[in-house]
Design a protein around this ligand. Structure first.
Ligand code: PEP
Ligand code: MN
Length: 333
């Protein structure tokens, strides 16, 4: 249930109402916009008398929110959330291009790719240090050393960095990481989500391989319910019966999520398609659909990549993709 307060309500009046609601064993989440303040009532609201609440002098309207996601719900927070990472913003009309290799492989590789993607217009550098691989015999990532090399690349280029966490026991290693990624395979690792909710770090939450958009938002809710509202959602393709592509990119997820939630939505066309030649057209489609950002894999030598070479772009291909995406963004503004 949400209660929209009238303009001009004082802090003291708001607090008085919150105390009364808390007295009914409800948690109250306050969303303070420039014009309106919205109170989100979380818990068993069946005993709340909607008529009574709505009749209070300071209450503009009361609505029942039937969706199980509350804090992520756009009804509860009508304005777009803008996630800020240094000077970079994502959401609410701000668009970010995230690029870099699937995995950090060496100092030379990450510095070369970071320099090239920066030059081509990327605002954020990606690179996996802890890799969730289907086979235990495949390259598992450089782990802590990989994060050190990303930080080195950040020093050289000034680009903020994003990298994936797989286990909360490694959280300390992510102290200087700008955005923590939760990969598709961990979207419903609820203990991990809760712990990340206790940090204030921006989190990029990827949609699971076989998860609905509502499930994605319930996972975001796990992070938000612990106090972290800096969440970027990522559509990266889902499992379908189609085998021509690695996954099936659900472009409609961008528009549907924008209706359901105020959180920014980025698209990863690399993991969605698995094929480098399909990445530029799908990035273009994501931009046209109004995505708040795009994340793509770029390698200085895709043929020799230790992971996901087939879907990695060369720096030149990335530069072309970025120009195409920027042109589309200008066209749809
Ligand atoms: C990745 O981005 O490195 C990754 C492993 O992606 P996903 O979790 O979407 O498979
Ligand atoms: Mn990858």
């Amino acid at each position: 249930m949400i209660a929209v307060l009238k303009q001009g309500t004082t802090q003291a009046q708001t607090q008085h109402l919150i105390d009364w609601l808390k007295h009914m064993n409800l948690d109250v989440h306050i969303s303070e916009g420039q014009e309106v303040t919205i109170l989100g009532l979380i818990g068993d609201t069946t005993r709340v008398d909607m008529e009574l609440l709505g009749s209070l002098e300071i209450v503009e309207s009361v609505k029942r929110v039937s969706e199980p996601y509350k804090q992520a719900n756009r009804k509860f927070h009508p304005k777009d959330t803008v996630v800020q990472i240094g000077d970079v913003r994502i959401g609410g009309g701000h668009f970010a291009m995230i690029a870099g290799p699937c995995s950090v492989e060496s100092e030379e590789q990450i510095i070369e790719v970071a320099t090239a993607v920066k030059e081509a217009g990327a605002q954020i550098l990606r690179g996996g240090a802890f890799k969730p691989r289907t086979s235990p015999y495949a390259f598992q990532g450089m782990k802590g050393k990989g994060i050190d090399l990303l930080l080195e690349a950040k020093k050289v280029t000034g680009l903020p960095i994003i990298t994936e966490i797989m286990n909360i026991s490694t959280l300390e290693l992510f102290n200087d990481v700008d955005i923590i990624q939760v990969g598709a395979r961990n979207m419903q690792n609820f203990d991990l989500l809760k712990e990340l909710g206790k940090t204030k770090k921006p989190i990029l939450l990827k949609r699971g391989l076989a998860n609905t958009l509502q499930e994605l938002l319930m996972s975001a809710e796990y992070i938000m319910s612990e106090g972290n509202e800096n969440i970027i959602l990522c559509e990266r393709g889902i499992r379908t019966f189609e085998t021509c592509t690695r996954n099936t990119l659900d472009i409609s997820a961008v528009s549907v999520l924008h209706e359901m939630t105020h959180l920014p939505v980025v698209v990863d066309p690399s993991h969605a398609t698995g094929k480098s030649r399909l990445v530029p057209p799908m990035a273009a489609a994501a931009a046209a659909a109004g995505a708040d950002g795009i994340m793509v894999e770029v390698h200085n030598n895709p043929a020799c990549a230790l992971c996901d070479g087939a879907q990695s772009l060369t720096p030149q291909q990335f530069a072309d993709l970025n120009q195409r995406v920027q042109r589309i963004r200008e066209a749809i503004l």
